[in-house]
Design a protein around this ligand. Sequence first.
Ligand code: NAD
Ligand code: UPG
Length: 437
Amino acid sequence: MRITVIGCGYLGAVHAACMAELGHEVLGIDVDQAKIEALSAGRAPFFEPGLPELLASASATGRLKFTTDFSQAAGYDAHFIAVGTPQKKGEYAADMTYVDAAATSLAQYLKPGDLVIGKSTVPVGTARRLAEIVKAAQPEAELAWNPEFLREGFAVEDTLRPDRLVYGVPDGEAGEKAKAVLDEIYAVALGNDTPLVVTGYETAELVKVSANAFLATKISFINAIAEVADVTGADVTKIADAIGYDARIGRRFLNAGLGFGGGCLPKDIRAFQARAGELGADQALTFLKEVDAINIRRRVRAVDLTRELLDGSLRGKKVAVLGLAFKPDSDDIRDSPALDVAAQLRAQGARVVAFDPEAVPNAQRQHPELDFASSAEEAAADADAVVVLTEWKQFRELDPVAFGESVGAKNILDGRNCLDPEKWRAAGWHYRALGRP
Ligand SMILES: NC(=O)c1ccc[n+]([C@@H]2O[C@H](COP(=O)([O-])OP(=O)(O)OC[C@H]3O[C@@H](n4cnc5c(N)ncnc54)[C@H](O)[C@@H]3O)[C@@H](O)[C@H]2O)c1
Ligand SMILES: O=c1ccn([C@@H]2O[C@H](COP(=O)(O)OP(=O)(O)O[C@H]3O[C@H](CO)[C@@H](O)[C@H](O)[C@H]3O)[C@@H](O)[C@H]2O)c(=O)[nH]1
């Protein structure tokens, strides 16, 4: 299949490379010249495990190309829209200008039989609206909605071996044709018995935002329990283990700590509330406001606990921040709880020296007022406190004895409940965590 992927960010670049890996002829299109230059040279424009290798192998086969020129889409048959849908400034709703611009730029190059495939996470109703733009430009082209569920850090694996596929297609013969194109694109995954849900546009759009709303709710649920654990001396990690043994609950996504961030969960639960309100279902999702509020309180709690570790004052104290990305194995700092806490510590008078294995350049651009180090040890030298805010493997594996040698004082906040309290306390550290005694 000849495929374009419009929007080559965290989602689109991985999708394009994986589609080429599966044997398709792929053209990635983006308006960002620098990104296209990097990708054309076989360089990943962001950190994602496995992507550089995939870009190299796909580029060598000649099956993967990149351009900023939309007119080149004319030679391709299926077109994925994977551009950003960020939160609008000062509002909960999603900013749809990128999706609309991409659809409009593409529409003029569509030919009979083409399939436009929405991948971006969008407010319900978008597919039906874009289908009209497609039909107005090319009556014999169709549109499908095929939401994406990949996780950053596992993006390649999730794209090549998805948990499920969802196709939102129009009714009747048009839907059959769209399904046949998607089946050809995903032949390998379907051959591996990947569950497939074929449905209408609105259901497909709602599957995506419902999944993210559920994941966000699960995280805020356990963080709410962590708040109660904090005032009772209970241990939220043991509560999560124990309730997680119940197969109806499950242990995954029950890690209490600093809460969720990134370019997806926070903005998606807000856009979902905004859209439900527009559609007259205002009451349905009010609980997501609480999910959001619990999540934001974690960041405040982390700053408060750091202040407590420092005898009540952050002013003039050196705090070593370990982790800036919103999660490990990513350089993504969009709505990162770690970076937010680092900035709040700095704003409240601490001297923050931060280290992250991949996210320092991005963090530096957004928060030039912070100081940055090139290793955990350098960040921690003479520090009054160490705060672990992203659970990178190299932080989880720190040796508390050796690591304690260069710090000014052995105070540590485990913002992700990712360290062994007994080991750290045995090495003389004053250990604090969120939801753990
Ligand atoms: N990042 C993820 O893990 C992930 C997973 C599933 C779904 N999504 C959804 O996918 C969409 C993209 O997310 P992302 O994280 O890749 O965002 P991103 O910001 O990393 O990438 C978006 C890309 O679109 C490009 N773009 C903007 N306008 C364009 C236009 N008119 N034509 C061509 N390109 C254009 C930008 O230059 C950018 O490279 C969002 O809707 C997001 O919610 C993301
Ligand atoms: O038990 C947990 C699990 C995650 N997190 C945090 O939640 C955030 C999101 O994590 P994760 O969902 O793994 O990362 P994303 O890459 O943002 O992926 C989410 O958002 C994507 C974009 O919509 C979806 O495709 C994925 O299915 C969905 O998991 C991160 O800040 C994590 O630190 C927790 O605090 N506790």
